[in-house]
Design a protein around this ligand. Structure first.
Ligand SMILES: [Zn+2]
Length: 408
């Protein structure tokens, strides 16, 4: 049997298996139980949060021969056919590659036939925001008044790109981003099932690298497991993704705060040379910096690292936040390594920072230079009333000198 990637193998098959999407699951389950199924839905939310998976579960319970408590049985011929993708009445379409009017015409033609195997004919349109305006308009009439045996589920990561006339004809279901905690839970479940040894810190890091997506998390674990052959550790992950673990990130942040520019640049240089993802590294730096900023708002953070950080002036971190976020946009415009090098140089100005409270407590004391710089002797002039530039201009308009004849 060919290898099934984790993201597919451990895809939820019932509403209760969906982690972190209790609200969409309850809405859809109740819609089925109390016969309040809408004719068109938009499932909106971040990538990898289970929109298409939920669309399949919903399609399954609607067409299941023995549904139980609002869940599909996963045993009947319809459930099995839907799981294997061979159920004729459920049509999945990827709008990213089929975005034109012809594809929508095919849907309209197909929609005029009654379901052949199941109770409802369901069209699941993935990445629906990619449809052209013409395609949306062609779909409008069918979505507005479909026959009772027809249903649409539009899945999208960009709800705002769906034209308002379609939006208003569909029921919107929002899928929240996968929390780090839930991704960890999911990965830990897969690890147990697959007999993978993985420690808490590595799970934490994988969840961190998952970009708020369950699917990305499962793919990363899959990749790490293939590399580590069943024993995933922090060292393995560092080998694969570079110094993106918490300790390495904190070490780098300390270098920035202490203005140890040379050491910081050398780390980025190594990441670049080894071909690791510089952006990923910078993202993790930014995330941890945001955690430090949050720690300022918390009474007494329990983490020792944050405790030591908040003893420094807040201005330091606000400045650093600005420099690091500018680094992101610069990475797109120029060579990524160069952009980060410049950001590190900018960050080195931190050493000249004095906190506002320090200034208020001690007052300004401007240190005088040991030997004052030699100044050009200036001609004696009366104290100036205006700034120099203005004085220069006024000079032109001064009345001619009155000669005192008695002096002669
Ligand atoms: Zn069934």
């Amino acid at each position: 049997m060919s290898y099934i990637p984790f993201a597919r193998k451990y895809r939820p098959k019932t509403f209760s298996e969906l982690i972190g999407q209790e609200i969409p699951a309850t809405i859809l389950k109740n819609a089925f139980l109390y016969d309040k199924i809408h004719h068109a839905y938009i499932f909106a939310g971040h990538k990898g949060t289970g929109k298409t998976t939920t669309a399949r579960i919903f399609s399954k319970v609607i067409n299941c021969l023995n549904p139980k408590d609002g869940e599909p049985c996963n045993e009947c011929q319809n459930c099995k056919a839907i799981d294997s993708g061979s159920f004729i009445d459920i049509v999945e379409m990827d709008a990213a590659s089929n975005r034109g009017i012809d594809e929508i015409r095919n849907i309209k033609d197909g929609a005029s036939y009654m379901p052949m195997q199941g109770k409802k004919k369901i069209y699941i349109i993935d990445e629906a925001h990619m449809l052209t305006k013409e395609a949306f308009n062609a779909l409008l009439k069918t979505i507005e008044e479909p026959p009772p045996s027809l249903m649409f589920i539009l899945c999208t990561t960009e709800f705002d790109k769906i034209i308002p006339t379609i939006q208003s004809r569909c029921q919107k279901i929002v899928f929240s981003k996968a929390s780090k905690q839930n991704i960890k839970k999911y990965l830990s479940y897969i690890a147990t099932k697959e007999y993978i040894t993985i420690d808490e810190e590595s799970l934490e890091l994988l969840a961190e690298l998952s970009d708020d997506s369950m699917r990305d998390g499962a793919s990363l674990l899959d990749q790490a497991n293939t590399y580590a052959n069943g024993n995933v550790s922090i060292d393995i992950l560092k080998d694969m993704f570079g110094p993106v673990d918490r300790e390495s990130i904190r070490t780098f942040l300390r270098l920035l705060i202490e203005a140890k520019t040379k050491d910081a640049i050398s780390i980025v240089q190594k990441i670049n040379e080894k071909g690791y993802n510089l952006r990923l590294f910078w993202e993790n730096i930014y995330k941890e910096l945001k955690n430090i900023l949050r720690a300022f708002a918390v009474e007494e953070p329990t983490d020792e690292f944050y405790k030591s950080m908040i003893s420094k002036p807040l201005e330091t971190f606000l400045y650093l936040e600005d420099v690091i976020s500018q680094g992101f946009s610069a990475m797109y415009q120029k060579d990524a390594f160069l952009a980060l090098e410049i950001s590190i140089l900018k960050a080195s100005l931190i050493k000249d920072f004095v906190s506002i409270s320090e200034v208020l407590n001690k007052g300004f004391s401007v240190k005088k230079p040991e030997t004052p710089p030699a100044e050009e002797p200036k001609p004696k002039t009366a104290s100036k009333e205006y700034p120099e530039e203005v004085e220069n201009v006024l000079e032109v308009f001064k009345p001619a000198k009155i000669v005192n004849y008695e002096e002669k």
